[in-house]
Design a protein. Structure first.
Length: 146
């Protein structure tokens, strides 16, 4: 019985490590993201979000961005940038100013707003929350990549 508990504990640790290792990586540097997208022939996702207060943003993150299906698609096809406007989470004054400038540049009026850019930095589409989980969201992104 002790050996079984030990084995289960070890398996749980390994699985939690693997789950963390595959989480999608979200950056905050748009010029760096565009350069990476251009070099790797990917799209850039600018996720304008209120991560700690916007109900639809939280729903989008849980139902789409945090799923293994989306994370696998993103690893091959996307460079992810979070442009966050939290109410409680601390951010540097520089990042706050950069995010505010990005929101003004892209005319963001509500959250979540997802701008999709090509590797040249030009917008190719705009999305928001949509029902249907990762499958629906990925299908919309695939249309924009063509």
């Amino acid at each position: 019985m002790k050996a079984l508990k030990s084995l289960l504990a070890t398996a749980a640790i390994i699985l939690s490590t693997l789950a963390t290792a595959h989480a999608a990586e979200w950056g905050t540097d748009v010029p760096k993201a565009i350069a990476k997208a251009k070099a790797e022939d990917k799209l850039v996702i600018l996720d304008f979000t209120g991560s700690d207060w916007c109900g639809w943003c939280i729903k989008l993150k849980q139902e789409v961005f945090d799923t293994p299906e989306f994370e696998a698609y993103a690893a091959k096809n996307l460079v992810l940038v979070e442009v966050d406007f939290p109410r409680k989470k601390e951010m540097s004054p520089e990042l706050k100013a950069a995010n505010k400038a990005l929101a003004a540049k892209y005319g963001v009026k509500g959250y979540p707003t997802i701008w999709v850019l090509g590797g040249n930095g030009m917008p190719v589409g705009k999305l928001g929350y949509m029902e249907g989980g990762p499958k629906t969201f990925i299908a919309e992104l695939a249309k924009l990549k063509k």
